[in-house]
Every structure is written in C-alpha cells, then in structure tokens.
Design a protein around this ligand. Structure first.
Ligand code: UD1
Ligand code: UDP
Length: 387
C-alpha cells in the first residue's frame, strides 16, 4: 500500500470533534500508511471552543493554525482560503479531508480543488433545502468540489444521487468522476468510544453542578437564524423559562459565545432575568466529555445544533429542534425529534409531551456501527492503490 499524506482541515468546534475519530483511527490502524497533518483555520479560538477538545480527545496539536478568527462570511472565508492555499502549496498532500458544512469546510474545498488536490468530504450530501442557511451553501459547494464523498445517512446519499452523483463510477476517481459512499456517522464512532470514559474521567461533574440525573433539560442555541433575530431569540428563551418554572425542572444551557454576546448586548434585561432564575443554569461551553454526560443523563434536549440532535438519538433522549427544517430528517420521521422553529405554541406542546417519560419511543440504529472512520480511511487508501 502506498504511504499517503493527508491534510485534515478543522476550524469550528464540531469539526475538531469529528476529526478526532479520523485521527484516532489513523493512530490505531493506519499509522504506517498515513501521515496526518492538521490545519486549524482558527474559526473557533476560545479555549473552551477549541483547545479543550485537542487536549481531551487526544488529537495532535494543529501543525498549522491560520488564526483567522471571527469576521463576516466573505472576509473570514477568503482569509481561510489564502492561508489554506499556502499550506497546500508547501505540503503537497495526497488528499485533503473536510468535515461538515462550516466556512472552514468551504474554504478547504475551494482552496484544495482549485489546486487539484483531491477533496474528501465527510458528512457529504446533507441538505436542509434552505439556501438561506450559510451551511447549506457550504455543503452544496463542498460536495461539488469533492472527489470522495461519504454520506452518513440514506437521506444524504439520496440527495447526492439527486444532484447527479453516481455510486457506480469506477476508478480513477477525480473531481469529474467522483465516488459516493453510504457510511455511518463518525460522530457515532466518538459517542461509542467516549461514553463510558466520560463517566470515569468526569465523575462528579453532574453532582458538582447540582444536577439530578434524568431531572433536567439540556438546551443549546447558536444558529444564526435564532441568534440574529432578537425577537425570535427572546421568544425562545422566555417560552423555555416559563415551561421550566411550570414543570419545576432545571434547564442547563451551555451557551455558544455567539448567543451570550447577543443576550448580554441586546437582551440585557432578559439575560439578567435568566441568570437570576433558579430553573435556568447558563454556563460556558463545556468540554466534549462533559457534554456527553449532560446528554446521557438529561430528561430531554432542546437544540438548534446538528451534532446535538444526533447525540440526543445516540443517548436515547427526545429532542426538540429549534429550527424549521433539519438535515437529519430520519430523526423527525422517527418521531423522537420534533421541529418547532421558534414558535412558542409548538415549543410548549412538544416540551409538555416529552417532559414525561414515554416508554414507546424507539431509537433505531441509523448511524452505522461505530467503525465509520476506519471504513473511510480504508477507502481513501484504496483510491491511491488503484492509481
Ligand atoms: C459556526 C458554523 C456553524 C456551526 C458552528 C459550530 C459557519 C458559517 N457556521 O457557527 O455551522 O454550527 O460554527 O459551533 O461556519 N465566537 C467567539 N469565540 C469563538 C468563536 C466564535 O466568541 O471561539 C463568537 C464571535 O462573536 C463570532 C460568533 O461567535 O462572531 C460566530 O462565530 P462563527 O465561527 O462565525 O460562527 P458560529 O456561529 O460559531
Ligand atoms: N458540544 C460540546 N460542548 C458544548 C456544546 C456542544 O462539546 O458546550 C459538542 C456536542 O456534543 C457536539 C458538537 O459539539 O459533538 C456540536 O457542535 P455545535 O453544536 O457547535 O455545532 P453543529 O453540530 O450545530 O454544527
């Protein structure tokens, strides 16, 4: 088998978590075949949004950190493209691996494909069919710049077929002759790997936060569709607070800095109110192992996050999704995730339903066998073997 040099591009929190599954599989099974170089765009930079994951998930520190930071979409993406291009010219990798749908993903896809480095897109084919979302544009453009596309669900695979990708293409694979695969989800690999470890390594975490197992609701909110519409954001928080008081249950909210900045600056009275409410615990972003504990032991989850929606399923917890549509449509079809937008009546209805235990809810295995990273790496290596 030829030895290959692979560049892993990360930037936002969920990508660091996803990349850890690939890094771990390289370390455990392919260290003789693959040299991994990690490029961090610097899209996320607070310790609790970035460094904590490298430490906790035992990923190699980034070989390059472009330090791009926060900016408008165009400026941020263009600075990333410039930085990634320089690294690619210097390192001349065999391929570039991208995760998900952030601006870091798009920048990696454009920089690599224009220099003719094969792009491998992990979490390909997901679609919300709402191009107002920056992530939807990032997904479509990244997929159409890729050579190998790994779709994590049936729905994602079908979406790629609908856009003209064909699974029967034969090698050699190129951007003009891409190959699509139906795989599992590498986030599920991580959950299986870390769920037990989290209990051991973070023993006492819930108690320290005065949380009673199965007696709190986990809430995360960060999507621009919610945070950047002040009235909508206000309505979500007020509705949830009233419900928590009414049902006498605690809401634990590890909030993304984006949301806290907006609450502090634009909804100061509400923010003060929330921080003084005994039923609401606003806390800084937590580490991945802490998040696993929060997810594993909560009554239910309320979120607009893609990753947290799926993790609710991994831990068999019902999920209220603060969005009008989702890429993880199998969760909604399964009845264990409910799309409520930001509509107070819909939030109330689903919250009151899920807050009571329902023994009839089922959580089928939609996301593979926990060995998706190994499958992906094997296919990447095969691509070079066949050349
Ligand atoms: C990005 C992704 C989104 C993903 C999310 C994961 C895009 C377009 N969006 O959204 O798909 O779900 O990451 O968390 O790429 N900030 C800090 N510290 C940080 C990082 C951000 O304070 O370390 C604040 C800044 O005020 C910044 C804002 O958060 O302007 C938004 O950050 P940005 O990276 O632009 O987008 P996210 O909302 O994090
Ligand atoms: N996460 C975390 N700490 C937090 C919030 C989320 O470790 O305080 C993890 C979560 O478990 C999941 C990932 O971050 O694995 C999801 O990232 P995020 O919600 O930021 O982005 P999205 O998935 O919506 O793109």
């Amino acid at each position: 088998m030829p030895h290959i040099k692979l560049i892993n591009i990360v930037g936002a929190r969920p990508q660091i978590i996803k990349a850890s599954a690939i890094s771990r599989a390289i370390r455990n099974y392919y260290s003789k075949d693959i040299t991994e170089i990690i490029v961090h765009t610097g899209q996320h930079y607070d310790k609790e949004m970035s460094e904590v994951f490298f430490d906790e998930l035992e990923i190699h520190k980034p070989h390059y950190n472009l330090g791009v930071g926060s900016a408008g979409h165009g400026r941020q993406t263009s600075m990333m493209i410039t930085g990634i291009e320089e690294v690619l010219i210097k390192e001349k990798p065999d391929c570039v691996v991208l995760y998900g749908d952030t601006n870091s993903t798009l920048a990696g896809a454009l920089a690599a494909s224009k220099l003719h480095f094969p792009v491998i897109h992990i979490e390909a084919g997901l679609r919300s069919f709402n191009k107002i979302m920056p992530e939807e544009l990032n997904r479509i453009m990244s997929d159409h710049s890729s050579t190998l596309l790994f779709a994590p669900t049936n729905a994602a695979f079908k979406n790629l077929m609908g856009e003209g990708f064909r699974p029967e293409n034969s090698p050699p694979y190129t951007i003009n002759n891409p190959k699509i695969y139906l795989t599992g989800d590498i986030m599920y690999d991580n959950t299986l790997f870390f769920a037990e470890l989290a209990e051991k390594k973070k023993a006492g975490f819930l108690e320290k936060m005065s949380l009673v197992r199965n007696n709190y609701v986990l809430v995360t909110i960060h999507r621009d569709s919610n945070t950047d519409d002040i009235e909508r954001l206000k309505e979500i928080f007020v509705t949830l607070k009233v419900l928590a008081e009414e049902k006498d249950i605690v809401l634990v909210m590890p909030l993304h800095p984006r949301t806290v900045i907006i609450l502090r600056n634009k909804l100061k009275n509400l923010y003060d109110d929330l921080t003084h409410c005994v039923h609401v615990k606003i806390i800084p972003p937590v580490s991945y192992l802490e998040m696993i504990l929060l997810e594993k032991n909560c009554r239910m989850i309320v979120t607009d996050s893609g990753g947290v929606q799926k993790e609710s399923h991994f831990f068999k917890r019902p999920c209220i999704v603060l969005r009008n549509e989702t890429e993880w449509i199998e969760l909604v079809n399964n009845g264990t995730a409910k799309l409520v937008g930001a509509d107070p009546a819909r939030i109330r209805h689903e919250f009151l339903y899920f807050v009571d235990a329902h023994s009839d809810l089922e959580y089928p295995g939609f996301y593979g066998d926990g060995k998706t990273a190994e499958f992906i790496l094997n296919e990447i290596l095969m691509m070079f073997e066949k050349e």
